[in-house]
Each structure stands twice: as C-alpha cells, then as structure tokens.
Design a protein around this ligand. Structure first.
Ligand code: FE2
Length: 364
C-alpha cells in the first residue's frame, strides 16, 4: 500500500498572485510576511503581495530578518512578533530559508514549546501558512518540513509534520529572473537531488515516481544551460521542475545526500545545493548497485551515461573541493547516521559507507 498526501493548493505561473490572490481572504484579516533581508524587495515578490493584500483589505506586517539556514532564535523572535501583533496567518517569501522559517513561526504562534519539543512534537494546529518561492530549488513551497540550524544537536534539523503543509502556494517564475548565476546553479542542483533522492527513496511510491520522472525531465533539459542569462521560459521550467520535486520529497523524504550535506553546510559553510551536488555522484554509484533499473532510468532522462558522467558535469559547474580531516569525518558520520534521511536510503548504509563518501569529496 501507499499513501499520497498533497494538501497545498498551488497556483503556478506569471502574475498568479494578482490573478488568484483573492484566495488569501479566507485566511484572515492580518498577515505576517516572513522574508530575508533583501531579495523579496528586489525581485518584486513582496510588492506583488503587498498590492494584493492592500486591495483585499488584509493588513500586514513584515519580519525581514531571516538568515540563510535560519536559527531557532530567529523563528522565536518572529513568532513573538506574530503573537504580539495577533496575525491570522503567515506568508513565507523567498528561498528555502524564509519559507521553512515561516512554517515553524506559524507553529510557534500557536504552540508553547521548548527547543527539544520543537523538533519532535506533539504539536497543535499552526496558523495557516502561505508560501511564495523566489528561487527554483528547495521545493519547500509544497512540503511539510521546516529545516533549522539546531546548536543543541550541532547540525541542521527538520521540523517535520503534515500540520505545516502550506495551505496556499503562489509560484511565479518571474520572481526568479534576478537570481544570481551561483544561486541558480546551487538551487537547480538541490532540486535535481530532490527528484533523484525521492525517486530512489525507500519511501517512493508509484505516484511520487511519476512526479519524480517529470521533475527530472524539466530539470534535465536545462542542466547544461544554468549559467549566463536565462530566459523566462527556462526559469519557468526550472521552477516547475523544482516544485514537482518538492511534491516528491513531501511523499518520500530526502535520503543520504541531504543527511550528509547538512554537516557540510553547518560546519563548512557550503550552500545547501552545493553540498548536495558534491555528494550526489558517489551516492548514485551506490544506487547503480542497489537500484540499477531506476538508476538507468535517471540516466536515460538526464541524458547522462552514469555516475561518472554526472561527476564530470558537477565538477564543471561546482568546481569546489572539501578537505576534511579524519576527526571531522568521524564526527560528521556520527551526526549523519541517526538521521531519518539515512533510513530512507535504499542501501545498507554503514558508518564506513558514509565516511567513504565524505573522503571522496577532496578528490573533486
Ligand atoms: Fe534540499
């Protein structure tokens, strides 16, 4: 048996907020907009929402202090503002960080929790959550996960509950037109790893596989043209592919690549998509052994011949190398092994397998 759950109502396309923003009216009279410091103001997304909210007579306030890989302190500060201002719903605008933060903020507006319970629950119903992605990568606009940095655990950790599925999402690819080349590459590779990992996950289902293959098609056709100026049509395909990949991981969770990548972000400062990209080829080497038919399908859709071909593609667009000491590898392995993402991986993941994948990073 399998279960398919996708409760987020998604509006996709240019000007979707202006066209369909009236759907926000059902959520209340006052909104908390959650963003990073700059990009929502530059790419037009905050203005598009402000215009629509004003037109609908919904009042709004902004919390624009979400940093990359948001901290518990930041979401607590925003939730305190939301409670004090008695907002009715929360809108996360941006890449994964503001959207993930918005989900946890909505949860903290209705739940009194200490830092330990924050990651485990139980939770009661959060304020309604709305997401507006402005990068094409995270998929957070349609998932039930909010990732935070947790200094108590010494890594990134997920708040994971169906309660934080966004109620509405407005995905307008025109907001991604101004995304830099580096972020375009990092986020596209993050989306690619969502589609691949979801496809390979122990929790993959016949329905999630359909979306995963479709996501791979839309992302795959543009992998060689992620640099330089991109047309709206390409930006639209990338956002469509990344949102589909988000629907996939909402069913399947992520796997070893994400589980290991969090350590590289937390301790080495690597961007999330970059960390995943560096780990993805050797992960696919494992998958070629454990799931050869699905691995073959991935290569067929992407037009690659195998994991080595993927490795040279990644080396070209992400020429990073990460030197880790033996003791760093030991501690990252210890942090990775208990992760839910490891259990989702279709391979017998031992500490030695994880250590070997980390060791391969420096040969890039
Ligand atoms: Fe990701």
């Amino acid at each position: 048996m399998f279960m398919y759950e996708m409760p987020t109502r998604l509006y996709f396309g240019k000007n979707c907020i202006a066209q369909s923003g009236a759907a926000l009216q059902q959520l209340g009279k006052k909104a908390l907009l959650v963003t990073g410091r700059h990009s929502a103001k530059i790419n037009g997304s905050q203005q598009a929402l402000a215009d629509t909210l004003d037109r609908l007579g919904i009042s709004w306030i902004v919390f624009d202090e979400v940093e990359n890989n948001p901290s518990i302190a930041t979401v607590r500060k925003a939730a305190a503002l939301g409670r004090e201002q008695q907002v009715d719903f929360v809108i996360g605008i941006g890449g994964g960080s503001p959207m993930d933060a918005a989900k946890v903020i909505a949860l903290l507006c209705t739940n009194e929790m200490d830092d330990a319970v924050l990651f485990t629950g139980p939770y009661s119903k959060p304020l309604p959550i709305v997401t507006v992605p402005t990068t094409s990568g995270t998929g957070s606009e349609v998932t039930k996960v909010g990732v935070l940095t947790n200094p108590h655990a010494g890594t990134k950790q997920s708040v994971n509950t169906p309660l934080i599925f966004p109620v509405l999402s407005f995905a307008d690819p025109s907001f991604t037109m101004s995304v830099s080349e580096t972020v375009t590459v990092d986020t596209a590779v993050d989306a690619l790893s969502h589609a691949v990992e979801g496809y390979m996950s122990r929790k993959s289902t016949p329905v999630s596989d359909v979306w995963a293959e479709e996501a791979l098609r839309f992302l795959g056709m543009h992998l060689t043209e992620l640099r330089g100026e991109l047309s709206y049509a390409v930006r639209e395909d990338l956002m469509y592919g990344s949102t589909l990949a988000g629907i996939v991981i909402a069913q399947t969770g992520t796997t070893l690549v994400h589980g290991m990548g969090y350590q590289l972000t937390y301790y080495k400062g690597l961007a999330h998509g970059r960390a995943n990209g560096l780990l993805l080829p050797r992960y696919m080497e494992l998958m070629e052994a454990s799931m050869p038919d699905k691995a073959e399908k991935v290569w067929e859709i992407l037009g690659l011949s195998g994991w080595r071909d993927l490795a040279s593609f990644i080396k070209d667009i992400m020429p990073d190398s990460v030197d880790l000491t033996a003791s760093e590898i030991d501690s990252y392995v210890a942090l990775t092994m208990p992760a839910r993402a490891v259990q989702n991986t279709s391979y017998d993941i031992t500490p030695e397998v994880v250590a070997s994948l980390y060791r391969h990073l420096k040969t890039k």
